[in-house]
Design a protein around this ligand. Structure first.
Ligand SMILES: [Zn+2]
Length: 263
């Protein structure tokens, strides 16, 4: 599936991308990025730069990944979660109405994706009789925003997004709302919330879907697996991590058999 927005370089919008094949090395790298990055936007940039084989046909450098709009990054992070083996599953929901816990099935492949509107990545807003253009926020903006105090964040972002910042003049709440609405109307998007009705009391429950869920993967189990294979076969860590996951799992089964633990 193509990027819902796309990378715009030299006036050209390109939407193709591909991930590298899964190996232990990729799984470990993504887990370590999640464990070590200073902020979520930085972790997203690093994880995607590691996981992508190409972005718009060329090297997925961190600066190109950071130039993707927010929705494209969320889309790719959810795709990365799927690529690494999480396709969805049963969510346990504590009902806001009656407190009962019920199960709700989630399938990533069925979640709709909103494609970008005409004019992407720019939206125009009329201010003082002039038409001013603004672009959608990107990963690079989010990385800087993560380190700014909240009071400074909005005015700073507005200046970044304005294509004619010197003509921006006074920005009051009404104008900010108009800019946000214009950007919202052309923005691509992924599903971040699901509605699920409680089977007991009928209350509508809102379920938050973290688009960056893949960053909460931990390296513990993978390292345990590498450890077992290394102990048994005396292979080098790099070689074990280079194995496709299916083959790594097969060796682990063989080790289990050899020890008489199963079958
Ligand atoms: Zn209920």
């Amino acid at each position: 599936m193509q990027l819902p927005g796309g990378l715009v370089e030299n006036g050209m919008r390109q939407r193709c991308w591909a991930f590298r094949p899964i190996s232990g090395g990729l799984e470990l790298a993504v887990a370590e990025v999640g464990e070590n990055a200073a902020s979520t936007p930085q972790a997203v940039t690093r994880a995607l730069a590691l996981a992508l084989e190409h972005l718009a046909g060329e090297t997925p450098s961190e600066s190109r990944v950071a130039a993707l709009c927010v929705a494209d990054r969320q889309f790719l992070m959810r795709e990365l979660d799927r690529h690494l083996g999480f396709a969805g599953g049963w969510l346990h929901v504590g009902c806001v109405g009656c407190g009962v816990t019920f199960d709700c099935h989630l399938d990533y492949a069925e979640l709709p994706v909103q494609e970008a509107g005409a004019g992407y990545p720019f939206a125009a807003v009329e201010m003082d009789g002039r038409l001013l253009r603004f672009r959608l926020p990107q990963g690079a903006d989010q990385e800087i925003l993560a380190g700014l105090p909240e009071a400074q964040a909005r005015p700073w972002l507005l200046r970044q997004l304005a294509q004619e910042p010197d003509q921006l003049g006074d920005t009051n709440e009404t104008r900010i709302a108009a800019i946000e609405a214009a950007l919202e109307s052309i923005a691509p998007g992924v599903v971040l919330r699901l509605q699920s009705r409680c089977p007991e009391c009928g209350a509508a429950n809102e379920i938050e879907l973290d688009p960056y869920r893949v960053l909460s993967r931990r390296s513990d189990i993978l390292l345990q697996e590498v450890h077992q294979i290394a102990m048994h076969y005396h292979w080098h860590e790099t070689d074990i991590l280079a194995l496709p996951r299916t083959r790594r799992q097969r060796y682990l089964q063989l080790i289990d058999h050899a020890r008489g633990m199963t079958g």
